[in-house]
Design a binder for this molecule. Sequence first.
Ligand code: CA
Length: 706
Amino acid sequence: MRLLRAIALSFNNIMLEFENLIESLPDFFVENNENSLDIVSIARYENKITLKIKDELNIKHKTHIKFWDQTHTVLYHTLYKSSVFNDRFLYNGTLGIEFSEIFTTFKVWTPIATKVSLCIYKNGLPTKGEESEKFLMNEKNGVWSTKIYKNLKNYYYTYEVTVNSETNEAVDPYAIATGANGIRAAIIDLADTNPPGFKNDKSPVYIKKITDTFLYEISVRDFTIYPNTWIHNKGKYLGLIEKLPDSRKSDSIGIRHIKSFGITHIQLMPIFDFSEESVDELSPRSTYNWGYDPQNYNVPEGSYSSDPTDPLLRIKELKETILKFHKYNLYVNMDVVFNHVYYYPKSNFQKIFPDYYFRFYDDGVICNGSGCGNDIATENLMARKFIIDSIMYWAKEYHMDGFRFDLMGLMDFETINKIKEELNSLNRFIMVYGEGWDLNTNLKKEAKAITSNSYKIPNVAFFNDFFRDSVKGNVFSEKERGYINGNQYLEDQIKNCILGSPNILNSPIQSINYICCHDNLTIWDKLQYTSGELNEDERKEMVKLGYALIITSQGIPFFQSGSEFCRSKAGMENTYSSPDYINWIDWDKRLYNLNLVQYITDFIKIRKKHPAFRFDNYEDAKKHIEFLGYLPSNVVGFLLKDNANGDSFKNIIVYFNPNKRPAKINLPEGSWNLIGTKKTIGEDIIAEVEKEINLESISATVLYRQ
Ligand code: CA
């Protein structure tokens, strides 16, 4: 009779699941903190037994089941999800610190701790000979708190938490500032972190609908660190907004490039504090990491600061960057990683309340859908509260305009909906979107925030891998081609892409159309693998065609920075820890590819001017989009008809010809104004055409008629 698992279902019920159950059961004993608990009843069902116990389990201690000569630990994961647990311990108030110059209050939630002490330090890093001042904290329903009457400004603090007779020092998960490498939280007055003008900073207001946006993904480091630029603050927040020296006015790199390119939203790759093991803030150039390794969720990463030992400076500099972006009429989104932490056994969550914040399988094995050794249990109500609080903090304190959820599919959709709801209360345009991949984790499929559940989170957008892979080939198979690089018979897939992918989503407002991002190969490298036999000019035509597809399809255009000028990562896919010279944006490439950049810039302008490309529902889109027939293989053409979505052009035609040879085709009746060819796109009429047109090889063609 092998016991598979012992699970606490409530404070009075323990379920034992056996591989096989024998007829006459042995005597069971339940022990909690060496106290023997009386069993009042035993219920048997198939291979399971439920023990009802008289006195409640004390979750501050482990519970053991004994029978014969065996001892098994009772798992509490299920109990933590139960309503009886939440009724008792759910806390809706403020956690973290509340600072004033007269006193500071400290609050941390951990119902299973037996002792919590506040430790106050003078230094942000452990220093020889120093001593902390310790204060015992008091517990009420799982919330430990203390109030210290002293001006603690610029001191540091940690919590010493005793759980299961083990004592660990942890950083407050609600910390808003830290010393270098996030080892100690800092006590600061947020009012001291606002650069001049930040209090009155407002996000731009020109975007009304998500389909009006253009997302542009950048990494603080990759964007600024290329050696051959005038950027002085290389690898730093401030490098993103550096003004051009007067002598270099003609140079359009960095922020100037972003401005002229015409995107609306900057999406910053991780800027929350990531782990010291990923990048040592005291020696940031010695290692490289994208930063998908969360450590302190509510603190900006220190390696991007001019001085990571100054807890205020990283906050100030990030705010200054956001302020400047807003001044340039750019919105700022941040990449958030609430699906996993860097290394869970040493995470602050785990030190403070072991196992609560992480998702486990029924047998007690931790879930690893993230591939990073742990998945966060976003469905556990205090974990959900933490995530919502964090998002709201970034939105309110840093004026963030959107959130990109890394591996959103590992999160539960209710949490995502609650986040969207809370953000709506701020009454400004804030985007919520993420990766809706369906990964292995102990969350029912119907509860996941995945693409196939898009109807359950109707105001949240998803990275559209169907679009990505249809256009340029599957990301998991280097050599696989897509529509732009020579794969055949993809017309129907491309038509779905053009409509905003109704085959996989609930609305075009949910479709983030992209061909590459930081993961996987850049579009240029993918083309090297799949079309290396072609000359560079032909591959650039493919890049143009890819961008044309993104820009003219219903949905939300997303671009990886630098791809508009053939960014390469030396043919490498997952470059999360590759050196700077692999990841950086080589700004010299922009100069070599000005024509390409100009073409995409001009195409962005066309989308901005023409609502026909920006429907917010499939119903109307389908009424106004007509696919054209009798076209050569691989050629796709569509008509946006009858002033689609209030467009100033009565009828617009777009043709894509991915073939390496031109294609002569018959036009719909009437005279058409040609405005987009392989070389240029704009509103200037290049020619008036009737009856037929020759579509150039590997090109997008755009025409209109009033
Ligand atoms: Ca860090």
